[in-house]
Design a protein around this ligand. Structure first.
Ligand code: MN
Ligand code: MN
Length: 461
């Protein structure tokens, strides 16, 4: 009789509360013990020379989602969560996306069905509200109680935008339930006005997407949404912050004691505006919103992450294939306005950040774990269960080969877009073995579980 089902032995363990050389003993689906010289397990994983970290928690991904324009993401739950798993992510929060006229409860039911069928990692849903009518708001209490404890709203996109009064209505409803409101903050009028002028001048190539989505459009919207959150007292999460000023506004709000949080994404830390300037229609691959900015912004975003002004790095995985089902749905040479926004990133998020933060030493391995796993789990109602290695937590564990060098390339990826914005980049460090709830889902480069293995996470408020 063994004391443990699995022992991960002799690794450098980063628990979320420090770094130590230790063994991890797993029984059933949870971590039972972390210590030295643990007794033999039924199964032993030798992690000598490797880092043993909590599985990544990616709190912003678009999966099997239908856009307001009727396009479905290139990925379904099986492909997106497989890609996530290969990249060392074991928990994902995606969207139950309501469009105007749809019944929110029915939308959530439909997304549950899709994820139950396909997911190989654990998942939860944000409630994307585009139609905050009385009926929608009346459904919120039971949906939040069912574990979908966050609401997502847009300040832009014609078919998703909420005006300030509706934002306040959603915020008040969420506040009454202690649910956090997540927001895409860009000013619709500023983007639309600039876009029309660009197109009238024949400036239609993909690179003008970044001109249309000016930094001022983000800065204005972030400041406004903070004011609205202050008025209602709701907890706010500002998604995908791309500018130094946006990050500073969030930092300032936090110093005032407001319950305001911010995330950024690898595409704002590793890409810049000029990356959109590719020959022909190729730049369409890099059209995402908000767009990447400048090297100075990258420096400011890293600094904001270091200071805690920004607390999470998510992928904002928004897979759109480079063909007529996605990026080129309006034809082979679309104007920037006709290109669906989004880049793939669910698989590259953790390895890119590991390379920068651990291998290259920027902020270090504890900050890496904090920003990619522990803090996202905490802010989204999964504290002490996901994103940490401690007794009683789910045994979601990644053994990282810290020395393995990998050239990122599309053929290595498991999503269905067929490209990666990081093509050719060489990184050091790779997630070698990935466990969820004690079960190896990735081992020796292969997926070991079937679609449907992932479980729905009822999140606390
Ligand atoms: Mn967005
Ligand atoms: Mn998004």
């Amino acid at each position: 009789m063994f004391s443990f089902d699995t022992v991960i032995r002799n690794g450098t363990v980063v628990s979320g509360e420090g770094v130590c050389n230790a063994d991890i003993g797993v029984r059933g689906s949870t971590i039972e013990a972390i210590g030295r010289a643990l007794p033999q397990g039924a199964r032993e994983i030798d992690a000598t020379g490797n880092l043993v970290l909590p599985g990544g928690v990616d709190t912003h991904a678009h999966i099997e989602q239908i856009s307001a324009a009727g396009l479905r993401t290139a990925d379904d739950y099986a492909s997106a969560t497989t890609a996530a798993a290969f990249g060392g992510t074991t928990t994902v929060l995606s969207f139950a996306a309501q469009h105007r006229g749809l019944d929110l409860q029915q939308v959530v039911t439909d997304y549950h069905a899709a994820a139950t069928r396909g997911a190989v990692i654990d998942y939860g849903f944000h409630l994307l509200i585009a139609d905050p009518n009385e009926r929608t708001l009346a459904q919120l209490p039971s949906l939040v109680a069912s574990g979908c404890s966050t609401v997502k709203i847009f300040l832009t996109y014609e078919r998703l935008i909420l005006d300030d009064e509706r934002v306040l209505e959603v915020m008040a409803a969420a506040r009454a339930l202690n649910a956090m409101v997540c927001v895409h903050a860009e000013n619709q009028g500023m983007i639309s006005w600039t876009s029309k002028r660009l197109i009238a001048k024949g400036k239609t190539q993909p690179k003008y997407h970044a001109v249309a989505h000016s930094r001022e459009a983000e800065i204005e919207a972030i400041n406004r949404i903070i004011a609205l959150a202050k008025m209602t007292g709701v907890a706010l999460m500002v998604y995908h912050v791309s500018t130094a000023e946006g990050a500073a506004a969030i930092g300032e709000a936090r110093r005032q004691g407001l319950n305001v949080h911010g995330e950024t994404c690898p595409q704002y830390l590793f890409l810049v505006t000029d990356d959109l300037d590719l020959p022909g229609n190729e730049g369409a691959k890099l059209c995402f919103s908000p767009p990447p900015r400048t090297v100075d912004d990258q420096v400011a975003l890293w600094r904001a992450l270091e200071l805690g002004d920004l607390e999470i790095i998510s992928s904002d995985h928004a897979p759109s294939a480079f063909d007529e089902t996605g990026k080129l749905s309006a034809g082979p040479n679309p104007t920037f306005k006709q290109i669906p926004s989004g880049v793939p990133g669910i698989e590259t998020r953790m390895p890119l950040l590991f390379d920068k933060m651990v291998s290259k030493g920027h902020l270090g391995v504890e900050a890496f774990v904090h920003l990619t796993a522990t803090q996202p789990a905490r802010l989204y109602g999964l504290a002490n269960r996901k994103g940490v290695l401690q007794a009683g937590a789910d045994a979601d564990i990644v053994v990282w080969d810290k020395d393995r060098e990998v050239a990122l390339t599309a053929s290595l990826m498991h999503d269905k877009t067929g490209y990666t914005p990081y093509e050719g980049r060489r990184i050091v460090g790779w997630p070698e073995t990935v466990l969820i709830r004690g079960t190896s889902i990735i081992e020796q480069g292969e997926l070991r579980v079937r679609p449907g293995f992932g479980q729905f996470l009822r999140r606390a408020v």
